[in-house]
Design a protein around this ligand. Structure first.
Ligand code: PLP
Length: 409
């Protein structure tokens, strides 16, 4: 029989709201109901074909669980997406009096963020289906990842970002050959421009969840995490939530892993973490609503989670509630303090969004939503090096004589 890692198990696509079926192997955007499409697999066939002992011979990359991924004939598109490590914050844990949280450090992926997982998959599938031009709104990291993978396949990428997107992201995206436009507005304003261009036939709309494959790439975070923890999921996952692709993707991954017999019915509590200045999911969670209203005047230094309106809101809220987790908001001041503490105590330079998960975990501990001996995973979604670093007069000021101890400090 053919190598199971090369076999295709996708059965169809499905509307995430109505369950309506769509044919795989064709270009789709949203469903007729205007909701995201999810990729479905013949999980019985995967279960029969998948031999966990075969994993020993496979590289630690996104394609380790190829049976649970869509793929076609194009060579797998890769810039070297490695499995990302789990790093214990031992000293922060001791400071807090709790079991050290584990940081899944996604900053080590190509283009420095976990957007690489989703875009490697989505760009490959788009190319597979004959797409030559892609348009996308972004808060920064998604644009850079799209630009990188599009460059490898000669696809033209046009990217719209809020004018105050971190400068590093904008320059990185332009350096990778994409056309970048700064927009006086937020990411959903950029999304409206992309939608207009898509309607006029200028490009395929690659907005978050408006094509079905980015979730499948992000899902690999859940597959990888389960394997790293010996097929025992953690007690809680804290995920910085913008469009929610990763949270929705991991939740889907866990169901698929259970269906193929690798894990049982246990699930981690899923915590969706947002910034106080842009917390539409938190507000909807607290109101008991199924959908989230747009958040007006969104502001936060954590650009990756400045998403006033998420098209997958109901999927995020459903996963959070089914898991027994919560949606939590944290302040920008606490985020900045979290970045500084983790850097100095445990030597890891988190991105602001990653630090938001640390702060939310500490809040959840003191509110009793998690306990001190819970095994907790925090997602650091990008390298801290992509963000403006704080100036630190304290450490740079002073003369060399002071540094050498030859004159009083
Ligand atoms: C995109 C992004 C997020 C949000 O991820 P979603 O899966 O879209 O919710 C968080 N942090 C950073 C750094 C990002 O780039």
């Amino acid at each position: 029989m053919a190598d199971p890692a090369r076999r295709r198990f996708v059965s169809h696509l499905e509307c995430s709201l109505t369950g309506e079926r769509y044919e795989a192997g064709r270009l789709h955007g949203l469903s007729r109901a205007g909701k995201p499409l999810l990729v479905r697999y013949d999980l019985n066939a995967v279960r029969a074909a998948f031999d966990p002992t075969a994993l020993a011979a496979r590289p630690h990359d996104m394609w380790r669980f190829a049976e649970l991924l869509p793929h076609g004939d194009i060579t797998r598109l890769t810039l070297g997406e490695t499995a990302t490590p789990l790093i214990a914050l031992a000293r922060i844990g001791a400071d807090t009096g709790a079991r050290a949280p584990l940081v899944k450090d996604e900053g080590r992926l190509p283009t420095g963020s976990f957007k690489a997982r989703g875009l490697a998959m989505a760009v490959a599938m788009a190319a597979e289906l004959g797409v030559e031009r892609i348009g996308m709104p972004t808060n920064g990291n998604a644009g850079a990842a799209l630009a990188a993978y599009a460059a490898r396949l000669g696809i033209a990428a046009t990217i719209f970002c809020p004018a105050d997107t971190p400068e590093t992201n904008i320059r990185e995206t332009a350096a990778l050959g994409a056309r970048v436009f700064r927009v006086d507005g937020l990411i959903d304003d950029c999304g409206a421009i992309v939608a207009r261009g898509a309607a006029a036939g200028r490009w395929l709309d690659f907005s978050t969840l408006k094509e079905p494959y980015r979730i499948e790439g992000k899902k690999t975070m859940g597959l990888e995490l389960a394997e790293q923890l010996g097929w025992r999921l953690p007690d809680a996952i804290f995920y910085p939530t913008g469009g929610g692709t990763g949270l929705i993707g991991m939740w889907k991954a866990f169901d698929e892993l259970e269906a193929i017999g690798l894990i049982g019915p246990e699930r981690p509590k899923m915590f969706a973490v947002q910034a106080e200045g842009c917390a539409p999911i938190v507000r909807a969670f607290e109101a008991g609503a199924d959908h989230a209203e747009r958040w007006e005047d969104a502001h936060t230094a954590a650009a990756g989670i400045r998403v006033p309106k998420a098209i997958g809101d109901f999927l995020i809220l459903r996963a959070v509630r089914e898991s027994g987790g919560r949606a939590l908001a944290v302040s920008d001041a606490a985020i900045a303090d979290g970045v500084a503490r983790v850097a100095r105590r445990d030597g890891l330079l988190l991105c602001p969004e990653g630090a938001a998960t640390l702060v939310a975990w500490e809040q959840a501990l003191s509110s009793g939503f998690v306990s001190a001996d819970d095994r907790v995973v925090l997602f650091n979604c990008a390298t801290g090096l992509k963000y403006p670093l704080p100036e630190d007069g304290e450490h740079f000021s002073g003369s060399l004589d002071q540094a050498m101890g030859t004159s009083p400090a």
